[in-house]
Ligand binder design. Structure first.
Ligand code: ZN
Length: 452
């Protein structure tokens, strides 16, 4: 049982809420209740967010790519360093990094993660004896941390638009559609050992890393569940796809695949207004990664037109250069303000920006990860976060201003507790297995740096 002084329930704020959880699911939520002996008492209870897009291993290179070289740095020079880095990662490194990254996500207030997983093979490209060896490392990290995992094995077949050959740096990623099917089966096996809220989807990496025929074949073979794809992140990618397929990436995808609610289109940065409206109407979730998109110089999302059209969205930490839920929310809004030279952009009509961002990302993130979550009500998974409204950053605010305070004025340190499908992994602001996970990460980094 959890007793919260206040809680944001599906139909609004309530006081003195007593929450019952059985087998990971909320079975009762009673406002104006009294705390009982043995209840876990918290200050303010919110539905927690899903982190819908992560490449956990990239956390280990955070801070290594911010030095300006002669000539013009770009997304594509960043990608070259990332490729060199991946050549040295062992299964032990990958598991240790993923566990540390998941811990940081939980401490920031996320209950679940969509791990968009494209490191599959040994350095050089030979498969491991178990094709799903590295998927099993991700599953093990989820087991260690208790995070709700939606594992998304990536189909990556070509090195660029027009079915170009894989480059040397992409050797660990590559699979044809048939071998990808075997890989997904092995990933399902690995994830089957985790709690029942964890699941497997698929992730065709991008239009440039697949082909129209391969994409159709992979979708035909898909057993159901989330489908994630990177799309329209960079102007060069838009130009390459338009030159090859005769349409802009989002335009092409919507015309050639049955994009619907189980889809998550990651970034979708460079869209026309017509593409933006069509994507919103598809029911798919826009997987926005504001900190990474700013770090890589991608550009701002077409937020106002997308919200006006009723589009679903969620938040992902993508490159994990910084893992901060509050920072993601404000970076999303600030990217819109800087472009439009305006304030309070991500709201249709009138209202609280923090509330639109937070509750929208909670619902959209859960949808994208195939989790029955995103609101606090009976029948939903107990994906919950408690924050401390008496923290100096929040203490002066009314209840109706709390989500604005969280999004714009607070740090993640206001998070006190996090539950993933009822698994209470963060207590008093600290992950319960923090010491061992951090020690293992430090050791893995020392060994990795020695090998570079
Ligand atoms: Zn990504």
């Amino acid at each position: 049982m959890i007793f919260a002084k206040q809680a944001l329930l599906a139909d609004g704020w309530a006081r003195d809420v007593r929450l019952s959880i059985e087998a990971g699911t909320i079975t009762d939520a009673v406002p104006d209740a009294s705390a009982q002996l043995g209840d876990t008492r918290v200050d303010t209870l919110l539905p927690s967010l899903a982190n819908l897009h992560s490449h956990s291993f990239q956390r280990a290179m955070a801070g290594m790519t911010e030095y300006r070289m002669a000539g013009k740095d770009s997304f594509w020079t960043w990608r070259d360093l990332m490729y060199r880095f991946t050549a040295h990662l062992s299964p032990e490194h990958i598991e240790a990094i993923a566990a540390f990254v998941f811990l940081q996500m939980q401490e920031a207030g996320y209950a679940s993660v969509g791990e968009f997983h494209y490191l599959h093979h040994q350095p050089g490209g030979a498969p491991y004896a178990d094709l799903g060896e590295l998927s099993a490392c991700i599953a093990a990290a989820a087991q260690t941390t208790g995070i709700g995992l939606t594992h998304l094995p990536v189909l990556y077949t070509y090195g660029g638009a027009g079915q170009a050959d894989l480059q040397a740096g992409q050797a660990r990623f590559g699979n044809c559609v048939d071998r990808f099917g075997e890989l997904v089966a092995r990933a399902r096996h690995a994830v089957s050992a985790l709690p029942g809220d964890c699941r497997v989807g698929i992730a065709p990496h991008s239009l440039r890393a697949t082909s129209p025929g391969d994409l159709a074949a992979a979708l035909d073979a898909h057993e159901g569940g989330p489908v994630h794809i990177h799309i329209a992140e960079q102007p060069k990618e838009v130009a390459d796809i338009e030159g090859w397929l005769g349409a802009r990436p989002v335009e092409w995808l919507l015309a050639n695949a049955k994009v619907a609610r189980e889809w998550c289109l990651i970034h979708a940065t460079h869209m026309t207004d017509a593409e933006t409206r069509a994507m919103a109407a598809s029911g798919a979730v826009a997987g926005l990664c504001p900190i990474t998109e700013a770090n890589l110089g991608d550009g701002p999302f077409n937020g106002p037109a997308y919200l006006q059209a009723g589009g679903a969205f969620g938040i992902g930490s993508d490159s994990n250069v910084l893992i901060s839920l509050t920072e993601e929310l404000r970076t999303l809004e600030y990217s819109q303000r800087l472009r439009d030279v305006a304030r309070n952009v991500m709201v249709v009509g009138e209202g609280s920006v923090g509330e639109v961002l937070y509750t929208g990302a909670a619902r959209g993130g859960a949808q994208a990860l195939g989790r029955k979550a995103g609101t606090i009500e009976v029948g939903q998974l107990a994906d919950l976060v408690a924050i401390d409204s008496t923290d100096p950053a929040l203490v002066a605010l009314q209840q109706s201003q709390l989500l604005d305070g969280l999004a714009f004025a607070a740090k993640d340190s206001v998070v006190t507790d996090v539950w993933s499908a009822g698994r209470h992994a963060v207590k008093g602001g600290r992950h319960i297995a923090r010491d061992q996970i951090v020690a293992r990460y430090r050791a893995a980094m020392a060994s990795l740096m020695a090998s570079l």
